[in-house]
Write a protein that binds this ligand. Structure first.
Ligand SMILES: Cc1cc2nc3c(=O)[nH]c(=O)nc-3n(C[C@H](O)[C@H](O)[C@H](O)COP(=O)(O)O)c2cc1C
Length: 366
């Protein structure tokens, strides 16, 4: 089975093809510091044979806080706790990458001490019902710098690599997308200028961690919104990133305004036609690029995961909800289990109501 063969991303040797896709846990403390609970979760995932763990999105700049109790890395004070986390995962023979993020317009002012969220342009955000404030040139450079500094801290803390969150309608995606970027300056106006923010973020990261350190990205193949990113442009973005030296791309799609059945975390994956919902896109990424491609979204069985790898539609299989339900799913798959227990009810997504992210179906069973 290809699923249980080794894979390399630059300096990281991954023992199988199974990745834990970045999943916000609401398990950091109120100030975003690592807790024992978070360490225990990651150790459980490592012991469950997850090949590569990607952390929940971690905050690089205070103006981009998108959720309470999210992991933070915007300050040197966080390095100590993060080092404890990587040490514990490595002792459990796991590999761990941190996802760096700025929420941009997809933040509530509740998480920003009452301030208005910031964005490339003032485009109304319907979930939190806010009109974000357009970022100034100076503020943009400050955020770019914060991605670089966060990456440096991640390397210092012992992470095996970093992943830029360039998907799901957060700040990097907001700059890339013509739907949210209406600027007409260095940062927007045409495709090339909309790419500048990500290019500068990437360069700032490389300046801080060098070229030997694994730097990956999660990217929207399509925003699923009128006037948003389409596959053609996403492929050109991916090609540009490949030329710059990115080490892997995780293929996702959708933003908050997309219809529920077109969002990143689609509900009710209960039939074969709904499974692996970004596979058509990862297939195109594989055809057009020569770097490792991860596929995420609705991959619910071992047979399907293996088929994706065998047909060369992706190099790595990324899972979020199935691992919330069963953190040892890779071990179970190895022993022959096929369908995961997750029913994609999205109870785990109601994190404002939960004290931490967990499978709400399991609770019902108790
Ligand atoms: C509770 C929850 C939190 C999530 N947090 C993140 C996150 O921090 N960063 C990210 O890129 N995606 C996040 N996602 C999206 C997942 O990584 C993944 O792209 C999506 O759930 C589809 O994969 P799945 O069908 O295996 O769940 C989250 C999903 C869930 C359910």
């Amino acid at each position: 089975m290809k699923l249980f063969t080794e894979f390399k991303i630059k300096s990281i040797t991954i023992k199988n093809r199974i990745v834990r896709s970045a999943t916000y846990e609401k398990m950091a403390d109120d100030d975003g510091f690592v807790t024992e609970k978070l360490i225990n979760l990651y150790v459980t995932l490592a012991r469950g044979s997850v090949g590569l763990i990607i952390t929940g999105n971690a905050l690089v700049h205070l103006s981009g806080r998108s959720a309470p109790k999210m992991l933070c890395i915007h300050n040197d004070f966080y390095v100590e706790g993060l080092s404890k986390l990587t040490k514990a995962v490595h002792e459990a023979e796991g590999k761990i990458v941190i996802q760096l993020n700025h929420g941009g317009r997809q933040c509530s002012s509740l998480f920003l001490h009452g301030s208005n969220p910031v964005a490339p342009s003032a485009v109304y955000e319907p979930t939190y019902k806010v009109m974000p404030r357009q970022l100034t040139n100076e503020e943009i450079w400050d955020i770019i710098d914060s991605f670089g500094k966060a990456a440096k801290r991640a390397k210092e803390a012992g992470f095996d690599g970093i992943q830029i969150h360039g998907a799901h309608g957060y700040l990097v995606n907001q700059f890339l997308s013509p739907y949210t970027n209406r600027r007409d300056d260095y940062w927007g106006g045409d495709e090339e200028r909309r790419f500048h923010f990500l290019e500068e973020v990437y360069n700032s990261i490389r300046d801080n961690v060098g070229y030997d350190y694994p730097v990956m990205i999660k990217l929207n193949a399509c925003d699923f919104i009128k006037g948003g990113l389409t596959l053609d442009e996403s492929l050109r973005i991916a090609k540009r990133l490949e030329n710059l030296g990115i080490d892997a791309i995780e293929v996702s799609g959708g933003i908050v305004e997309s219809k529920p059945e077109e969002r990143p975390v689609r509900p009710k994956i209960d039939s074969k036609d709904k499974e692996a919902y970004f596979r058509v896109f990862s297939k195109e990424f594989k055809k057009n690029l020569n770097i490792p491609i991860m596929l995420v979204g609705g991959i619910r069985s071992r047979t399907l995961a293996e088929d994706i790898l065998q047909k060369n539609d992706a190099d790595l299989i990324s899972l979020s909800r199935p691992l919330i339900r069963e953190p040892d799913l890779p071990k179970k798959w190895f022993k022959g289990k096929d369908l995961c227990d997750c029913i994609y009810c999205n109870g785990c997504m109601r994190f404002m109501k939960l004290d931490y992210v967990r499978c709400t179906q399991l609770e019902k069973k108790k």
